[in-house]
Design a protein. Structure first.
Length: 400
């Protein structure tokens, strides 16, 4: 927790807490008049923020929205940004929270579509973002590399793990990949908000909304392609993002014919990751799905301070049939989206009790190796395709 001690004249201090550090049941139990604030970027004066609320006992800080607004280094349209952020705020309002806000840099035009659309839900404070030299995400010098775009989420992960699981894991994998192949890849800041179509079952779970999610990320690719970047890899730490990321990759390929934009099913699930899962797991099929042996192991390795193993509940009572079941690498021919309430009482799928920090270390190494291999394949795909195009292969050699 971050204690606001900078205003010595205040008779009462506000205590800030990280909303996404909480397990979902603790977040869901918060008083509904607790102020919850989603900041665009970071560096705001928390003392000033507390003053705007008349210094309540507690203020919840949601994960920062890393880019997309004017001055962030990568700017989508106000309309696209507004829909994404509005959907996130509405997730909390739907759960009954009455004091939900977006915090934007004070330099935002008060007449802008974004500020006007959010109305009284948009707070503005001074931010260093608007006083530092203008930068771009990615820097222009990173052209020719695969741009990694890690996307996590803020959602329930049982009683023993925090809301930030997906974001922590995919951020570590993205950063580890760049460390392994620094001349071949560069990573964007991790996005902590994705899509949860099951959101209503578990209070405090966020949802950007499928269409807003797709519009935002297609706009990001449009911007980066216009600046000369041509290789992209969406890394997802959250299963609910996957079907929408497939659409985004398809839209991007249609709009920009000379880029290579790819994604993959989650992480630790390709040929390298799958072998590592099989080698080290101790739970049977059904033990890895969500807040499970795998994700618990990752968190025990990366953020053991956020794990409450005394509260772990194994949930493996998934309604299975030969072609529909839950495990990390899903199998079967059927694709469906039944209510999570059918298969879990705590928001977990799998055997979290089997998690260990050592497994987490080993699986992280495998995931990084897997993503680094994908980076090399994306380079090879782009380069071989460009060679064919430049040689006039097929329709590329004809006037259309």
């Amino acid at each position: 927790m971050i204690e606001n001690g900078s205003d010595k004249m205040a008779t009462r201090k506000s205590v800030y807490f990280r909303f996404d550090d909480l397990p979902w049941d603790a977040a869901a139990a918060l008083p509904r008049d607790t102020p919850l604030v989603l900041p665009l970027g970071s560096g705001y004066d928390l003392a000033l923020l507390a003053g705007q609320f008349s210094r309540p006992p507690r203020i919840g800080l949601l994960p920062a929205f890393p880019f997309g607004w004017r001055g962030s280094g990568l700017e989508v349209s106000d309309q696209i940004l507004t829909q994404y952020v509005s959907n996130l705020l509405d997730s909390l309002r739907d759960d009954g929270f009455s004091r939900v806000y977006c915090l934007a840099p004070q330099a935002f035009d008060p007449q802008s579509f974004f500020v006007q659309s959010l109305s009284s839900s948009c707070l503005r404070l001074p931010s260093p973002t608007h006083y530092e030299p203008r930068t771009f995400l990615p820097p222009d010098g990173e052209r020719g590399k695969v741009i990694l775009i890690p996307i996590g989420h803020t959602e329930q992960h049982g009683f023993h793990l925090p809301l930030s699981v997906d974001t922590i894991i995919i951020d570590a994998i993205a950063k580890g990949t760049v460390m392994k192949v620094p001349t071949r890849s560069w990573t964007m800041p991790v996005m902590p908000y994705g899509v949860s179509t099951h959101r209503s079952s578990f209070a405090a779970t966020m949802n950007a909304g499928g269409r807003a999610f797709e519009d935002f990320w297609v706009a990001v690719i449009d911007l980066l392609a216009s600046r000369g970047f041509d290789r992209f890899y969406f890394l997802s730490g959250h299963g609910g993002n996957m079907s929408f990321l497939v659409n985004i990759v398809k839209y991007a390929g249609e709009r920009h014919r000379r880029i290579f934009c790819a994604t993959a099913f989650l992480h630790t699930s390709g040929r390298i990751g799958a072998a590592a899962l099989e080698k080290y797991r101790t739970s049977p099929i059904g033990g890895m799905g969500h807040a499970c042996e795998l994700e618990t192991s990752y968190l025990l390795h990366l953020r053991p301070d956020l794990c409450k193993m005394e509260r772990v509940v194994d949930e493996t009572d998934f309604v299975t049939t030969p072609d529909y079941y839950m495990d990390w690498i899903e199998g079967g021919a059927l694709v469906a989206n039944p209510p999570w309430d059918d298969d879990t009482k705590t928001g977990a799928y799998g055997a979290g009790s089997h998690g260990t920090a050592e497994k987490g270390r080993l699986w992280l190494e495998a995931a990084i190796e897997e993503k680094a291999d994908h980076v090399q394949q994306i380079h090879e795909q782009h380069e071989r395709r460009e060679k064919r195009r430049n040689e006039g292969y097929g329709l590329w050699g004809k006037s259309i």
